[in-house]
Design a protein around this ligand. Structure first.
Ligand SMILES: [Zn+2]
Length: 249
């Protein structure tokens, strides 16, 4: 075995040298899989059937192939480096701010990036990936991040700040919607979220990892709107195409 091969073999014991998208050996992200993150982000508002609101939904692509593999391996903690790659790509591919905010009043104004909530176990294990994604978006849009976990959001920030605001909570109930029908998902979600902050005078971008039926996004929008916020957009890493639904959300 050559010295180089020996070094590589030794390193592979310490690091995962397979492509995070397709499993190809000897590179963390192969050229072909990197192309799935080439963008641009698209507005897929017309696709999720449970989304009633007219807000744009921006994603990097369909929840399939390398993009799906990367998201899954990030969410289950197998490849945390996939998370950084996904966040870097999505922040790079975001539409310009006026377009992202659906032609809302241009900055400066109060803008909150609000992640779809996660279960306690996921947060406790440090796998609240949507929260990390939200923080990354806030840093990209405003070069500033301030994560809030309580109900003092409006008192603790000044005008024109862009914050990552973890202010949505689950009320309980089943942790997953896997296998649920569209109507069940809508009913489950709509009653299970609450917002712990007063969002009056705030523009809000909801972020999530995958938009499946849109039931979660709609529940987030309803909750934020109920707290006085104006939801301008939903940003997600991927969306499930119209055909082939039924995957986990
Ligand atoms: Zn690959």
């Amino acid at each position: 075995m050559s010295e180089q091969n020996f070094s590589r073999s030794a390193a592979s014991l310490l690091f995962d040298y397979r492509c995070m998208g397709c499993g190809l050996w000897d590179c963390p992200l192969c050229e072909s899989c990197a192309l799935s993150l080439a963008g641009p982000m698209k507005n897929v508002r017309a696709i999720p059937p449970a989304l009633r609101s007219e807000v744009p939904v921006w994603t990097m692509g369909e929840y399939a192939g390398p993009l799906r593999s990367m998201i899954v391996s990030w969410k289950n903690g197998a490849r945390m480096d996939a998370g950084q790659v996904l966040m870097d790509a999505s922040c790079r591919l975001l539409p310009p701010v006026p377009r992202l905010l659906n032609d809302a009043t241009p900055p400066p104004h109060q803008l909150a990036i609000v992640p779809a909530p996660s279960g306690f176990v996921r947060s406790w294990r440090g796998l609240f990936v949507v929260g990390l994604f939200s923080d990354c978006l806030a840093r990209t849009l405003g070069n500033h991040v301030k994560t809030e976990h309580h109900d003092t959001l409006c008192r603790s920030v000044t005008a024109s700040e862009i914050v990552s605001a973890h202010v949505l909570r689950r009320r309980g109930g089943p942790a997953h919607q896997r296998g649920s029908g569209l109507r069940d998902r809508q009913r489950n979600r709509s009653h299970r979220l609450r917002c712990v902050a007063d969002l009056r005078d705030w523009d809000v971008v909801i972020c999530d990892d995958v938009v499946t039926t849109g039931a979660t996004a709609q529940a987030c929008i309803d909750s934020v709107t109920g707290a006085g916020g104006r939801v301008r957009a939903v940003v997600a890493l991927a969306h499930v195409p119209a055909i082939g639904r039924g995957r986990d959300e």
